[in-house]
Design a protein around this ligand. Structure first.
Ligand SMILES: Nc1ncnc2c1ncn2[C@@H]1O[C@H](COP(=O)(O)OP(=O)(O)OP(=O)(O)O)[C@@H](O)[C@H]1O
Ligand SMILES: [Mg+2]
Length: 358
């Protein structure tokens, strides 16, 4: 059997509900077999995009292509996709087996084929011993695995996940993340995964699509977005604790941070007087003095996690990440410094300024 093409392309997709436009021309490509995560704050249009891809919502303008074929007018049932969402939507009166088999029975699939598919999905998801139980007798994580199993047995060409782990507690989420990544490796099927949790995005994705207010901000590999965010929004959204931002202006080829000092960067700076902001990740700021880019801060709080420590400074408002444990304590003043190469520089519109080529 030849493999079905599970590639996906969105081109200039617009969505309006009545007169309200919520998706403003979104384009990106997903290769067959890729694990792509849509990430962005609440209300940015993640679920709406997913619903347009799977056919639960019409596309106002633009084109959705699956396996190279335009599907704007193809009914959801004929797109060959499976959607798993946050509320598992299991049938409470049916057993785990029946929950997984139900959709296939409706398609008139032979019983032996159904048994084979449900058995295989149950094996992959470690649900074999629960097949005769009702969903109410399962834990949250097991219920979510049943919902995923129901998607697997349909052998979709693309899996769509809409925040599937957000009902689970923190520990279970971490475990399920790894299970989903593993499942993807074994199945090799395209997966689109929606979350507002950037840690989930960073740890699971082959490729991340960062969305904000109905627009794509940046598409890239997780570490590409981390190392080279194209604007201040992506810089602040990806990474935890968040990147530190300081406001300043250009003076004589350096950046003056009013009341704090002067910093040198590798960015190609605009003319003197231009307002500008800089961003530095917590792990790139070091306590102590060095030749360049020194500031002084008052320690406002310290969090010791054992293996690493977070030090919060006030004026400037900055968080530093220190490997290991620290002697710094609230109330102290500390010098800090950071290398020029670690500084991200943003113009007044929030766009990242390119670096000078050496
Ligand atoms: N049926 C609808 N009618 C009108 N507006 C809608 C409809 N569905 C969604 N919207 C609006 O579209 C925007 C995007 O919603 P969407 O549910 O796609 O966001 P989301 O990124 O999934 O958010 P969340 O992270 O909270 O789930 C929101 O402003 C929302 O209010
Ligand atoms: Mg949503």
């Amino acid at each position: 059997m030849s493999r079905i093409d599970g590639s996906l392309a969105l081109q200039d997709v617009v969505k309006r509900f009545g007169n309200t436009e919520v998706v403003h021309g979104v384009s990106f490509d997903v290769a067959d077999g890729e694990f792509v995560v849509f990430v962005g704050p609440s209300g940015c249009g993640k679920s709406t995009l997913l619903r347009m891809i799977c056919g639960l919502e019409s596309v106002t303008e633009g084109e959705v292509r699956i396996g190279g074929e335009r599907v704007n007018d193809l009914p959801a049932a004929r797109r060959g996709l499976a959607l798993v969402f946050q509320s598992y939507a299991l049938y409470p009166h049916m057993s785990v087996y029946q929950n997984m088999a139900f959709g296939l029975e409706n398609l008139g699939m032979p019983k032996t084929e159904i048994q084979a598919r449900v058995g295989e999905a149950a094996r992959m998801l470690r649900l074999e011993e629960y097949l005769q139980r009702k969903p109410t007798a399962l834990s949250g994580g097991q219920r979510q695995r049943v919902a995923i199993g129901r998607a697997i047995v349909r052998e979709p060409r693309i899996f769509l996940f809409d925040e599937p782990l957000s009902n689970l507690d923190a520990e279970l989420r971490v475990g399920m993340r790894a299970e989903l990544v593993d499942l993807h490796r074994r199945l090799g099927t395209t997966m689109i995964y929606v979350t507002h949790d950037q840690v989930e995005a960073m740890t699971m994705a082959d490729k991340i699509v960062v969305l904000r207010a109905g627009r794509v901000e940046q598409v890239g590999l997780p570490l590409e977005l981390y190392n080279n965010p194209c604007n201040r929004f992506v810089a602040g959204f990806i990474g935890s604790p968040r990147m530190n931002f300081l406001e300043g202006r250009v003076v004589d080829g350096v950046i003056e941070l009013p009341g704090l000092g002067v910093v040198r960067t590798r960015a190609r700076l605009p003319a003197g007087g231009t307002p500008i902001s800089i961003g530095i990740r917590p792990e790139h700021i070091h306590a102590g003095h060095q030749a360049d880019n020194n500031l002084t801060g008052a320690v406002a709080g310290v969090e010791q996690l054992g293996g690493l420590s977070y030090v919060r400074l006030a004026g400037p408002d900055i968080t530093i990440q220190i490997p290991g444990q620290t002697r710094l304590a609230a109330g102290a003043a500390t010098p800090i410094h950071f290398p020029a190469g670690a500084i991200h520089v943003f113009d007044a519109d929030g766009l990242t300024l390119p670096r000078q080529t050496p």
